[in-house]
Design a protein around this ligand. Sequence first.
Ligand SMILES: NC(=O)c1ccc[n+]([C@@H]2O[C@H](COP(=O)([O-])OP(=O)(O)OC[C@H]3O[C@@H](n4cnc5c(N)ncnc54)[C@H](OP(=O)(O)O)[C@@H]3O)[C@@H](O)[C@H]2O)c1
Length: 289
Amino acid sequence: MLLILVYMQEQKVALVTGSSSGIGFETDLLLARTGFYTYASMRNLEKSKNIVEIANRENLPLQIVQLDVNDDESIKKAVDKIVREKERIDVLVNNAGYGLFGSVEDLTIDEIKAQFETNFFGIVRVTQRILPIMRMRNNGGAIVNISSVGGQMGVPFLSAYNSTKFAVEGLSESMAYELEPFGIKVIIIEPGFIRTNIINSSILGKKALDPNSPYFSFTQKLADHFNSMVNNTSTSTPPEEVAKIILSSITSEKPKLRYTVGNDASAAIQAKRDMTDAEFMEMIKKQFQ
Ligand SMILES: NC(=O)c1ccc[n+]([C@@H]2O[C@H](COP(=O)([O-])OP(=O)(O)OC[C@H]3O[C@@H](n4cnc5c(N)ncnc54)[C@H](OP(=O)(O)O)[C@@H]3O)[C@@H](O)[C@H]2O)c1
């Protein structure tokens, strides 16, 4: 009985956003399988059937909670529920996000703002809500922000997406200093092409879809290129690999600030470091010819 009580007291609690598919889905399962009490959050609970079935079958410590990172009230409700039930949050994985394709000229301000609302402000909102809880127990914790290799370099027709991920990198670097005195680790994950639903859930700007746009054919070509890179098993990495890196980073005594996932991501980041801007741009252009 005492052992059970100790286990219950010590069991760490994780919250993951964007759990309906891909990286979030796999991270939830891996964390729960490793013993974290995992709140798999998603904005649309109708998408929970699959993960609930697996969790029930394997008897995992996993619970679904509704959370839309664009909606303050839903974040508050989700976090209040976790605090009521568990009185702690040890790990937050800010994963929810989507892509927006289109040239700067073709994208509307509203489309770009919506992209920032989810990919950047969504992280800020959830983080602000959980930090007082993480600090309260004086027991450290970890915040994992899912950036992208696109948080280190811009590519054509993904300027809005790249900008959100650059912003996530800056936010995370600053947070790392602020939270260090409280023992809270900030970890940036930079995946390359990962085989998930990301292309289906990405949006092409409305004007970018207009065949009269001067950018139309190039935008289509780039979107097709990304589609084949993500869905081709020889050029992309399965989401389980991202989950493994997240788990190893949060369980490490001294995690690094940044982790890249996928050979494509490591090679691109290394090339960006080693090459001049002009050389790097030539290399990127060749990939899309
Ligand atoms: N796949 C890649 O190649 C790749 C590479 C680098 C970085 N990333 C990043 O990895 C993260 C996860 O993407 P993924 O590849 O796993 O794609 P995914 O399978 O499309 O998953 C994205 C998740 O984000 C959720 N989401 C979107 N907007 C949301 C909101 N307002 N509130 C709550 N959840 C929301 C989606 O929910 P719904 O099902 O309701 O839409 C879905 O659960 C994203 O931040 C993405 O930018 C992906």
